[in-house]
Design a protein around this ligand. Structure first.
Ligand code: ZN
Length: 246
């Protein structure tokens, strides 16, 4: 297997300014792995889809991607998310719409011993892994050693507790390589709408040779994204929350 430097991103949510900043800061990468929710909430769905397509890309669907394409019922979304999804559906090009429609529920990269999913291994689109208990229940629902997930917009590493059935949550340190050598569930955080009270864009870089992961947070021009959201008349609460990272 060849050595690769892989950018792992999730929950971009049509925030092109954040995505471009992440791509600049990540530097040269061989592949991009995206854990879903490319669109929804933000002002630049077409541009985000087209930017991702320029890379060698492994990508799965998120609930917002499925909602925008009509594959999921928007009645299950909050009213702001619902409004943003309808706006996104209206502005997407036909080609980009169809591209989103064909995203898989999950990806298993056997050669990398990695699974990619938006929600959780047992419920790929909808389940939120927000606790060690839920992480533990999912630990045996994937065959590979490692599973990357998104959906919660909160960066975290869940590792198997000893050889037992439990899982422990480990905070991902910034700019510090972490060795992934067991059974692990990892969330790189959200590019376009962080929810851990840190408004900076989040991403991770996976080194396939050393099997290390480095988590990064980068400030981006939030005001530029907010101005574009106002222009698009997206819900005010979605605009404000970017300031707080919630
Ligand atoms: Zn999301």
């Amino acid at each position: 297997m060849t050595w690769m430097r892989i950018l792992v991103v999730s929950d971009i949510h049509s925030n092109l300014v954040a995505l471009q900043t992440v791509l600049e800061q990540a530097g040269q990468v061989d592949q991009v792995w995206c854990l879903g929710d490319v669109v929804g909430y933000g002002p630049a769905p077409n541009e985000c889809v087209e930017t991702l397509r320029r890379f060698t890309l492994k990508i799965v669907a998120g609930n917002h991607d499925r909602g925008v394409t009509g594959q999921l019922d928007l009645d299950d979304f909050t009213s702001d998310a619902h409004r943003a999804a309808l706006w996104t559906r209206k502005v997407l090009t036909l080609y980009n719409f169809q591209w989103l429609e064909q995203l898989p529920d999950y990806e298993t990269l056997t050669d990398m011993d990695v699974m990619l999913v938006h929600g959780s291994p047992r419920m790929p689109i909808w389940e939120y892994i927000l606790s060690s208990a839920v992480a533990a229940e999912n630990m045996y629902r994937f065959e590979t050693s490692l599973c990357f997930f998104g959906h919660t917009h909160i960066p975290v590493l869940y590792a198997q507790e000893g050889n037992g059935p439990g899982a422990i949550a480990i905070r991902l340190p910034e700019k510090q390589a972490v060795l992934l050598n067991g059974k692990e569930l990892v969330n790189p955080g959200s590019v376009g709408q962080p929810r851990d009270r840190d408004p900076r864009a989040a991403f991770a870089v996976f080194d396939s040779n050393g099997r290390t992961l480095t988590h990064h947070r980068v400030p981006y021009d939030i005001a530029r994204t907010q101005a574009a959201m106002r222009e698009a008349r997206l819900p005010p609460r979605l605009i404000q929350r970017l300031d707080y990272g919630m």
